[in-house]
Write a protein that binds this ligand. Structure first.
Ligand SMILES: [Zn+2]
Length: 231
């Protein structure tokens, strides 16, 4: 049972894990197309988001590269029940965030929710596990139910960009405004593409909660979206 839930093989290359290795082998950890965004004072995610909403900091762990195994691992924990990978990657990212010094005063970690229907269908929200992994390293709590997604709008890929922005307007609601008020919130999602989903979340939080600061992290960021093509 344990072996089924936590297979002793690397999530990326499929090779057997050595003792002491967790989820991803050292070779793959060395080769990850890391963004380095967490340490940067300014980066493309911060630029993209702060043009729309006030944010403290933003970063992603790695680039979401087409046809790479790093793309596959996201699909595995999203669609194939491998949620344990999401938590492990979250812990790894948590250490990088902590070391960077840019996430020192986070009060609360808030995962971007799925629409209830999708959550029930999948059985879990992968961002909950990423958030758990990050929070366990930062030593903060996770507010799993602070936000609700009112519209099931994840299939945005068929829309043109303008429609995508419209499509996410007002799709989130804050459930416990008092637990977020006065806090520095770390919003957590799995993949950052246009940023439209995150901006919609920020809009809802800023409209309903007093005195909040928001930082944003995602495990992956679309390489194509930002025009990086070196990996
Ligand atoms: Zn590997």
């Amino acid at each position: 049972m344990v072996a089924l839930l936590f297979p002793r093989e690397c999530a990326i290359c499929g090779e057997a894990l050595a003792d002491g290795e967790e989820g991803i082998c050292s070779k793959c950890r060395f080769r990850i197309p890391m963004t380095g965004f967490a340490e940067m004072e300014c980066n493309p995610m911060i630029e993209r988001l702060s043009a729309q909403v006030p944010i403290e900091h933003a970063s992603a762990l790695f680039f979401f590269v087409a046809e790479s195994n790093w793309r596959k691992v996201i699909h595995d924990f999203k669609y194939h029940g491998r949620w344990a990978y999401a938590r492990k990657l979250g812990r790894w990212f948590g250490h990088i965030l902590k070391r960077s010094g840019n996430y020192e005063n986070i009060d609360l970690v808030v995962p971007v929710p799925l629409h209830l229907r999708k959550r029930i269908h999948r059985g879990y929200n992968q961002s909950d596990y990423i958030a758990d992994g990050i929070a366990s390293v930062l030593g903060t709590k996770v507010a799993h139910h602070a936000l609700a997604r009112l519209v099931n709008n994840e299939s945005q890929t068929h829309h043109q960009r303008n429609e995508r922005w419209k499509n996410v307007d007002g799709i989130f609601r804050v459930r416990g405004a008092e637990q977020l008020a006065g806090r520095h919130i770390l919003l957590v999602d799995d993949v950052f593409t246009t940023g439209a989903t995150i901006i919609s979340c920020c809009d809802a939080i800023l409209a309903e909660c007093k005195d909040v600061k928001i930082s944003v992290v995602t495990l992956a960021v679309s390489q194509k979206e930002f025009g990086f093509d070196r990996f």
